[in-house]
Design a protein around this ligand. Structure first.
Ligand code: BEZ
Ligand code: FE
Length: 614
């Protein structure tokens, strides 16, 4: 389904860095200000006042959480009596909220210097409280003109506030992903914000004066704040309600509620929550955020914020609020990384470093696969049985494991990694399960079809180096199916090998032979691989082709296939073996057939030069 969206980028100017507080006077002048009302706590006021110099005409430090209208009225008096024409706010969400409230009433331009991660400085949203009721308005008039992020201003933010404020920022990014107004730009920003907030928060908590981690956190809080350009959902609704009604602390409430709401949204918006889990590389996003809060020492229950259980009566969704009141860990997969680490550790003494690396990575991916998909015992036993049957049906002619690797595309991946490194050589293609060692040697001009029915095909090929020099004496094995799509090894009634042969290239590096035109054919469907194809509604067909294996001393072995141009299934080959460079013309031929062959009806030819590398 095409999603529609409206995106209206914010006009707010953003100045980011360390020491950027020095730019505040210039930024005030840029917005046309000459008489500044400074809203700031004493802790930051001095620094910013010094940078503003004579521009400051008044100060106010009474900002309060949830922007009560009576506080705004006091600040408004100060603004008016000082004839201020600009507000500069230094602080967290409360100070920013007051600046916005003043702008909403007077239209004064705002320059904001955030000292926390709340993000409200980049939103056109103003939440205010009057008589215990929270009201929210959204208007471009409250959007600050300029935001100056100075990481130095955040260095002193205590760890508990850092944690709750950081989780508050995380909530903006998470809720943006399932907003009905979501758009691809906000999605991308939200995912990046989630990635970097969860990366930086533990680093800052461990070392609050780690400037790089502080900068990452501040940057990502800005990103998360910009996500508020789309409407927020359940989490913000509940936090506003709880904040307005019970005067709960803002960031702490966000911190308690986020994992609980995420757990609820796993059912309502599974795709969005799955994206969060993916960037966090965890099986369950809600449980992971809960665990993160615990590890950072943040609050996990409304109870510890001082709320009584009965105050939640009648508020929906009751299950979410009960879980939040208790601080219940959202049910996710158990924490299994220690087990994975233990298994990986068991390979520590492996003498062969390559073996150690491959086993370690295999275990890591297998465990991740199991955890990520919440694999059931029944599913795993099915997989083991599937592999057991794959082994049981295999022998030297029936190579079901090769077929499994082919139909899952792994053979083509390994082939591409190993063989297709040079554009100068003929592309390679998968070996497949029907190659048989030591095919019968044949002379040039021979017919390899053993007299089987089919449209006669004359194959004339040359083997050369990448520069076109012939490679005489190259050993060339060819094999293909009959006109019904069967290889000889699939036909027990056939007497000896047919449609397979070994040639040796002549002095000019050439070889020629008769065969029949190959057709599309199904890979064997009577085993586990057939069950996989059937169970996934995949067709079992390979596009029509002839196999070649070319070996010459001093050259890399080339295993490849030539596909019949215009043949069926070229774009949906069931083993993913077709490459554009291997699709060639097998044209209807004119004139007398070569090598003394008598042909009734038409015949075709294939002319091709293989280039092999050293
Ligand atoms: C084949 O072309 O012979 C083949 C390759 C992969 C799987 C099945 C058949
Ligand atoms: Fe084949």
């Amino acid at each position: 389904m095409t999603r529609g969206f409206v995106h209206s980028p914010s006009p707010t100017r953003v100045v980011f860095g360390a020491g950027t507080v020095a730019a505040v006077a210039e930024e005030v002048r840029r917005v046309g200000g000459s008489r500044v009302l400074l809203l700031a706590r004493p802790r930051h006021a001095e620094r910013v006042a010094a940078a503003l110099g004579e521009l400051v005409v008044a100060q106010f430090d009474g900002a309060r959480m949830h922007t009560p209208v009576e506080v705004t009225a006091q600040a408004l008096d100060v603004l008016k009596s000082a004839a201020a024409d600009c507000v500069v706010a230094v602080g967290g969400g409360s100070t920013t909220g007051l600046a916005k409230a003043l702008a909403a009433r007077t239209g004064v331009p705002q320059v904001i210097l955030p000292t926390t991660y709340a993000g409200s400085e980049v939103t056109p949203v103003l939440g205010e409280t009057e008589n215990g009721r929270k009201t929210t308005r959204r208007s471009p008039d409250v959007l600050p003109e300029t935001v100056i992020y100075d990481v130095d201003l955040t260095l002193g933010l205590p760890v508990p506030t850092t944690v709750t404020s950081g989780i508050n920022a995380l909530a903006h990014a998470v809720e943006a992903l399932y907003s009905p107004e979501a758009n691809p730009q906000v999605d991308a920003v939200a995912l990046q914000a989630i990635r970097s907030i969860t990366h930086a928060l533990p680093l800052v908590a461990a070392n609050p004066s780690d400037v790089d981690a502080r900068a990452e956190l501040l940057e990502s809080a800005w990103l998360a704040g910009t996500c508020l350009s789309v409407s927020m959902g359940l989490h913000h609704r509940l936090c506003h309600l709880l904040g307005g009604q019970f005067d709960l602390p803002h960031a702490e409430t966000h911190t308690v509620m986020l994992p609980q709401v995420m757990a609820y949204m796993e059912k309502e918006a599974p795709a969005a929550l799955a994206r969060v889990a993916e960037v966090l590389d965890v099986p369950d996003a809600a449980a992971a955020v809960f665990d993160l809060v615990v590890s950072l020492g943040g609050p996990t229950s409304l109870r510890e914020l001082g709320l009584t259980e009965s105050s939640l009566d009648g508020i929906e969704p009751a299950t979410v609020l009960r879980a939040a009141w208790e601080g219940r860990r959202p049910e996710g997969a158990p924490e299994l990384s220690a087990l994975t680490a233990q298994v990986i550790g068991s390979f520590d003494e492996t003498p062969d470093p390559r073996l150690k690396r491959l086993l370690t990575d295999l275990v890591r991916h297998l465990h991740h696969f199991a955890v990520h998909n919440d694999l059931t015992e029944e599913e795993w036993l099915f997989a083991i049985d599937f592999l057991t049957r794959t082994g049981q049906i295999s022998d030297d002619k029936r190579k079901e494991f090769v077929l499994l690797s082919d139909t899952l595309g792994v053979s083509s991946i390994v082939d591409a990694l190993t063989n297709s490194r040079s554009p100068l050589t003929t592309p390679s293609a998968v070996l497949g399960p029907f190659y048989v060692e030591g095919p019968p040697a044949m002379e040039h001009g021979a017919d390899i079809s053993g007299g089987l029915d089919g449209e006669p095909l004359w194959v004339s090929t040359a083997i050369t180096d990448v520069d076109g020099t012939p490679v005489p004496g190259a050993v060339v094995d060819v094999w293909q199916s009959n006109k019904d799509g069967f290889y000889d090894v699939q036909l027990p009634d056939l007497d000896g090998p047919v449609l397979r042969a070994r040639f040796v290239a002549d002095d000019q590096g050439r070889l020629e032979f008769w065969t029949i035109l190959p057709k599309e054919y199904p890979v064997p469907e009577d085993g586990p691989v057939g069950q996989m194809l059937g169970g996934t509604n995949r067709h079992p067909y390979r596009a029509p082709h002839v196999h070649f294996m070319i070996m010459a001393p001093g050259h890399h072995k080339l295993v490849t296939q030539l596909f019949v141009k215009g043949g069926r299934y070229l774009d949906s080959d069931t083993v993913f073996g077709v490459k554009d460079g291997l699709i060639v013309d097998f044209p209807v031929a004119e004139g007398a057939p070569p090598a003394g062959r008598e042909v009734t009806g038409g015949w075709r030819r294939l002319d091709y030069t293989f280039r092999i590398g050293r």
